[in-house]
Design a binder for this molecule. Structure first.
Ligand code: AMP
Ligand code: GLY
Length: 423
């Protein structure tokens, strides 16, 4: 069948890389894609939220499956748009309904869902401009550090963690009254700080059944030692070494099952990925957040470890028959290291020529912010290329990724050299 992947990052290049390996895929389109997807699929220059243009493409190219990479189209209701359109309703969309996407689109909605289903998470209260004083009083009842979260989507920047109570009160006011994150911070969730080590689990569900994908840990800060500004993610490791069988059983029983059952019980149409951000507090997992898509760069280590045909998995999602398939996972560790443009996550330049990709043979190169310009591959974003490697333990895999990166070059290229330092 003909398939469309929406998005343009390393995550989408990884989807494309897996999908073209499937005998079920006849022709693959990526919108808008990058220089990496251009090599293995047909890029189409349309935006992931231009539903009318997507419809035209799907009809013209007889596309039967759409895999949604990023959250924006999901939060804007692309799945409902397809389901409600006579010409599109038989197209399989991998991604939840708009209602399901609220698990990522609204922190308050997610917290309410977690509490309704008794899933372990930090205690919280939410506030609006008219209750900012109650918010400040609530902060007084908590111990430092203070966690403030803009309710809506804020491009990964909406969470503040503050040591000082006065600063926390000022920031709460900034978010609610001065709209620090625009409409995303019209409501703010204030929550208990959880102290522990983070990991993520990924679930693919058809709304009734699910398969658990490999765990991963990403490195979000720009600087070594997890210092400096937050980024989209500077690298990832899978599996997470401390997630042993006991801990994974807890995650499955206390978090994954009640999440999938909760969605079903509430009649929320959900056929897609659930990315659960967790913190291990003592010996127990607690949910920090839900995302309604795969992570980036987590996808670059999770999907290469999935040996089961990805398109066949997606077909089972769409047919609600995931219970009929056993997922096979590569037991080796995978690591990915992200190369970024100098200056990222603040201002950076684009259009720098990238060389050396073809010299890399021990790793898989996933393009993120790249594009073709004449016959050259040039940088086109903050995160540029993710280099994924396998080995029997993550430290050896990291050495391979770092050796491969030595062959890559673009002006002001930067990457973290300390991934895994905390494990
Ligand atoms: P989020 O955007 O919800 O993923 O939050 C961004 C980051 O803030 C997370 O990856 C955690 O490192 C941190 N964080 C969020 N909530 C908490 C919490 N309740 N306690 C400690 N850290 C948190
Ligand atoms: N790497 C974090 C995310 O995709 O949200």
């Amino acid at each position: 069948m003909n398939i469309l992947v929406l998005g343009s990052g390393g995550r989408e290049h990884t989807f494309a890389y897996k999908i073209v390996q499937s005998s079920l895929c006849k022709k693959l389109f990526v919108a808008p894609g990058n220089a990496g997807t251009a090599k293995i699929a047909t890029n189409v220059a349309i935006s992931v939220t231009d539903f009318a243009a997507i419809k035209e493409l799907v009809i013209n190219e007889k596309i039967e499956m759409v895999v949604v990479g990023p959250e924006d189209p999901l939060v804007q209701g692309i799945t409902d748009f397809f389901a409600g359109d006579n010409d599109l309703k038989n197209v399989a969309v991998i991604g939840p309904s708009q209602e399901g996407a609220r698990l990522e689109g609204s922190k308050e909605y997610a917290k309410e869902f977690l509490f309704r289903h008794n899933i372990p998470t930090a205690s919280y209260q939410s506030f609006t401009e008219s209750t900012v004083n109650e918010g400040k009083q609530f902060l007084e009842t908590l111990n430092a550090p203070y966690v403030l979260k803009a309710d809506g989507l804020a491009a990964g920047k909406g969470v503040l963690i503050l040591q000082d109570i006065e600063e926390a009160k000022t920031e709460l006011e900034n978010m609610l009254t001065n709209k620090k994150f625009g409409s995303a911070s019209e409501k703010v969730v204030v929550e208990e700080f959880l102290d522990g080590i983070e990991l993520s689990v990924f679930v693919l569900t058809d709304g009734k059944n699910y398969v658990t994908l490999p765990t991963a840990k990403d490195y979000k800060r720009i600087g070594e030692g997890d210092k400096g500004l937050n980024t989209g993610g500077m690298g990832a490791i899978s599996p997470v070494p401390f997630a042993d069988d006991d801990f994974m059983n807890k995650i499955e029983e206390q978090i994954i099952k009640p999440t999938v059952q909760g969605l079903a019980r509430e009649d929320i149409d959900y056929k897609g990925f659930i990315f659960i951000g967790l913190i291990k507090v003592g010996d127990d997992p607690k949910v920090i957040e839900y995302n309604v898509r795969m992570g980036d760069p987590e996808t670059e280590v999770v999907l290469p470890r999935v040996k089961t045909d990805l398109v066949s998995l997606f077909k089972h999602v769409s047919d609600q028959t995931l219970n009929e398939i056993n997922i096979e996972i590569d037991p080796r560790s995978a690591t990915t290291v992200m190369t970024v443009s100098g200056g990222y996550p603040e201002a950076y330049e684009k259009g720098k020529e990238i060389t050396g990709i073809e010299l890399i043979s021990d790793s898989i190169v996933f393009h993120a912010g790249t594009k073709m310009e004449h016959d050259k591959i040039v940088t086109n974003g903050g995160r540029v290329i993710a280099v994924t490697s396998f080995d029997d333990d993550f430290r050896k895999a990291l050495v391979k990724s770092y050796n491969s990166i030595e062959k890559l070059y673009f002006d002001k290229m930067y990457y973290r050299k300390d991934l895994g330092f905390d494990l």
